[in-house]
Ligand binder design. Structure first.
Ligand SMILES: [Zn+2]
Length: 285
């Protein structure tokens, strides 16, 4: 269990919810000299005190306009003992699964949707509507299996069953749609319908990054660097740079599934790349 952290966005709040850790390894990085990669990993390790190749996996609770939304669900029982701790983290935050009004998905990879089902195979959040961008649904749910890339096809049985378990409560949304104060915006590349949800209240904005930044130790200083998990690596890099530029320029809040610390904070420009400033930390000059 790790400490949760809550930040405010106007009248809304975002609380990080820990699901566990995922061993990534340098082999998940594409097109980077191993020595240069190691140098960035070591630098990030010194700065955070945590091994940057062991990625935290998080979801986020958003309280907005009187409703409780859960953004992503962790990995449930699909990924082994280092993950699947989201139910315990929710309980520690005094949130029952039945309290969740909406589950909002950044994308359909297993560390984000594995927790949609409980151990009995039923919906883990019995009262929640389920929001997914129509582009992500079209790719993972509607594409004939033979037309999916091999990596995307690997878990499609689970993904389709998990979404189907929510029956008529599934809502496919377009850009700008969502819940009061929480809206979908396509941030494609990692997956075709990868979505960076925006939480807005009283002039403040937070961007939920999902996996726009996957391995922060590498992809913040070297934002062009793709990973093997990207369906379209070039598009993922363009999306990452465009979004991080906007976030840094407007000093927006971010919530990242695999960012260090609580996953909540801000992004600053740093040379040709960026760095993450965790919420609650002192900015060094
Ligand atoms: Zn992920």
């Amino acid at each position: 269990m790790q400490d949760a952290l809550t930040i405010t966005v106007g009248d809304a709040t975002i609380t990080s919810v820990w699901d566990g850790t995922l061993e990534a390894g340098l082999a998940t990085i594409l097109g980077l000299d191993p020595q240069e990669a190691s140098r960035h990993v070591e630098a990030a390790w010194r700065e955070t005190g945590d091994n940057p190749l062991v990625l935290p996996v998080r979801a986020f609770i958003v309280r907005s306009a009187g409703r409780i939304a859960l953004i992503d669900t962790g990995s449930g029982t699909t990924k082994g003992p280092t993950m699947g701790h989201l139910p315990a983290s929710l309980a520690a935050a005094h949130i029952a699964p039945a309290d969740i009004d909406a589950v909002v998905l950044t994308h359909l990879h297993m560390d984000h949707v594995g927790g949609l089902l409980d151990e009995a195979g039923g919906p883990a959040f019995p009262n929640a509507e389920l929001l997914v961008h129509h582009a992500e649904a079209a790719y993972f749910l509607d594409t004939p299996l033979a037309q999916l890339d091999a990596r995307s096809a690997r878990n499609v049985d689970f993904q389709r069953a998990a979404i189907a378990a929510y029956g008529p409560r599934v809502r496919r949304v377009a850009d700008g749609e969502g819940l009061a104060g929480i809206a979908a915006y396509l941030a494609p590349g990692h997956t075709p319908g990868h979505t960076a949800w925006r939480i807005k209240s009283r002039g403040e904005t937070a961007v939920v990054l999902g996996d726009v930044v996957h391995m922060s130790a590498i992809q913040l200083p070297l934002p062009l660097t793709p990973m093997i998990y990207d369906v379209d690596p070039d598009l993922a890099a363009r999306t990452r740079i465009a979004l991080l530029d906007e976030i840094a320029d407007r000093d927006l809040l971010v919530a990242g599934a695999h960012l260090p610390a609580s996953g909540l904070g801000r992004i600053a420009r740093d040379g040709a790349g960026y760095r993450f400033i965790p919420a609650g930390s002192v900015v060094r000059s």
